[in-house]
Design a protein around this ligand. Structure first.
Ligand SMILES: Cc1cc2nc3c(=O)[nH]c(=O)nc-3n(C[C@H](O)[C@H](O)[C@H](O)COP(=O)(O)OP(=O)(O)OC[C@H]3O[C@@H](n4cnc5c(N)ncnc54)[C@H](O)[C@@H]3O)c2cc1C
Length: 436
């Protein structure tokens, strides 16, 4: 580890914010009433708002903080089909037809991203660079080989195996025992993507207020009509429909949702700029990278190809990026010992939302529309299901999804504080270390 781990201008904010600072709307008075109130201005909220505004509904998006300053401008920018359960497990839980429909939604989400970015001419460094998945031991490589024999191309993305002796064609390390490449997976600049989404929403007539936490929601069902009376830090308004787009930042305002999502910290660092030769040695194909460990690490080159952005779940409750940075640096150097002397220029974190069945959930409950629970891989899913929930508010068929048929589970005694994370993370960490 270098004497000084941090560069002189080290920042505890996302690397992405250097080129795309998050947007704070100057204070304006809130409208007295609105057709659609969207709570949360990440990809889910902005994608939903774009639909409702284009569908002719007056729409206000509010956020406690700046626009998209939750996960949506903090993530690693890896864009995949993302749905975690495999077909056999899902079929046992929800039956064949829903299982197939749900898994196809993952593929649809990736297709949607490609089409949406292209059609709306979104400038966000989008590229279909592919993803290399490194097998962290021999058994995992065998699992991948087996999977390659029975993969159903209708339900999952095509991939090809990378034999152990070919690993260095993909990545400059001895850490992995081969792996596989998913050529269709893509990448983007999360800051640019979120600010472009905001631009499109504002152009469609969406109103936005930052610094506007929603603190209370009451049903209104009297002579004045159906809907909700909403209190925010900036005043009160009446909303006919509400979309909850708070994902890993879902707080006590929504006890029902809080019992159904598990907030987990995800952490990222950016290295100082590296030489072109070193970048070529470490990441010759410029693909996105993850590995087969249960405590997964995800990393990539920045869009200009000069730095490495390295992320993972290194802590349970740490929220100070100064403390998570050395842990990530250590994990990065296990894979790339070449980076032992490399300093860190940025370190940051955000809260993703897991669910008890590893699936996102979308629908309407107690009169509130919602979409959340992307289990750490939400760039495509939040954009796609954000679009869907906006369409559901409009009452359009385009909002239909097989996921509406899957119940949003909780567990007895769970109220939003994930006491079980510490033992499970310890177990997974130990399991990942077994050298098979
Ligand atoms: C470090 C990190 C790396 C990641 N890497 C990847 C990746 O490479 N690929 C991938 O697919 N996914 C990744 N993700 C996950 C992905 O970023 C998220 O799934 C996605 O951005 C979720 O978007 P969202 O709009 O649902 O939630 P968010 O973007 O988190 O937005 C929720 C918003 O709700 C607001 N809010 C909450 N309560 C209130 C309230 N009461 N009133 C007003 N506003 C409120 C919050 O302030 C927040 O801005 C990563 C996440 C993190 C943190």
């Amino acid at each position: 580890m270098p004497n000084t781990l941090f560069t002189e201008n080290f920042k505890t904010q996302p690397y992405w914010w250097d080129s795309t600072p998050v947007f704070k709307q100057p204070e304006k008075s809130l409208p007295k009433s609105i057709d659609v109130l969207v709570i949360g201005s990440g990809y889910t909220g902005l994608s939903a708002a774009l639909q409702t505004a284009r569908g002719g509904r007056s729409t206000l998006v509010v956020d406690t903080n700046a626009a998209a300053s939750g996960c949506s401008s903090r993530n690693g920018g890896q864009v995949s089909n993302s749905l975690k359960p495999d077909y056999e497990n899902l079929r046992k839980r929800v039956g064949e037809s829903i299982a197939k429909g749900v898994l196809k939604e993952g593929l649809n989400a990736l297709k949607y991203m490609d089409q949406f970015i292209h059609d709306e001419e979104i400038d966000c460094d989008w590229t279909r660079c592919g993803r290399f998945v490194g097998a962290h031991n021999r058994r995992e490589f065998e699992r991948l080989s087996e999977k390659s024999r029975y993969t159903d191309n209708e339900l999952s993305l095509p991939f090809r195996l990378v034999q152990p002796h070919e690993t260095r064609t993909e990545i400059g390390t001895e850490f992995y025992h081969g792996g596989c490449v998913y050529p269709d997976i893509g990448s983007l600049h999360p800051g640019k993507y979120s600010s472009e989404l905001l631009r499109l929403a504002l152009q469609a007539g969406v109103q936005f207020q930052s610094g506007c936490e929603v603190t209370r929601i009451d049903r209104q069902n009297d002579a004045q009509g159906k809907g909700f009376v909403v209190n925010t830090r900036r005043g009160q308004l009446v909303a006919r429909d509400i979309i909850v787009a708070t994902n890993g930042y879902t707080g006590k305002l929504f006890p029902g949702f809080k019992r159904r999502v598990i907030p987990i910290g995800s952490y990222l660092i950016a290295t100082e700029p590296l030489s072109a030769e070193l970048m070529q040695e470490l990441l010759p194909t410029r693909r996105m990278i993850i590995d087969t460990r249960k405590m997964v690490y995800y990393y990539r080159a920045c869009p200009q190809g000069k730095r490495i952005l390295f992320g993972g779940r290194v802590a349970i409750s740490e929220t100070d990026p100064v403390n998570s940075a050395p842990k990530l640096h250590k994990s990065m150097c296990q894979i790339f010992p070449q980076l032992g002397d490399t300093r860190i220029s940025h370190s940051w974190m955000g809260f993703v939302a897991y669910t008890f069945d590893d699936m996102p959930h979308i629908g309407k409950t107690d009169g509130l529309y919602y979409s959340m629970g992307y289990c750490g891989s939400g760039v495509s899913l939040s954009s796609y299901f954000g679009m869907k929930i906006g369409q559901q508010v409009l009452g359009n068929e385009q909002g239909d999804t097989p996921l509406s048929n899957v119940s949003f589970q909780t567990r007895p005694y769970y109220t939003g504080k994930p006491w079980f994370l510490a033992p499970s993370m310890l177990y997974y960490r130990l399991r990942d270390r077994i050298p098979v």
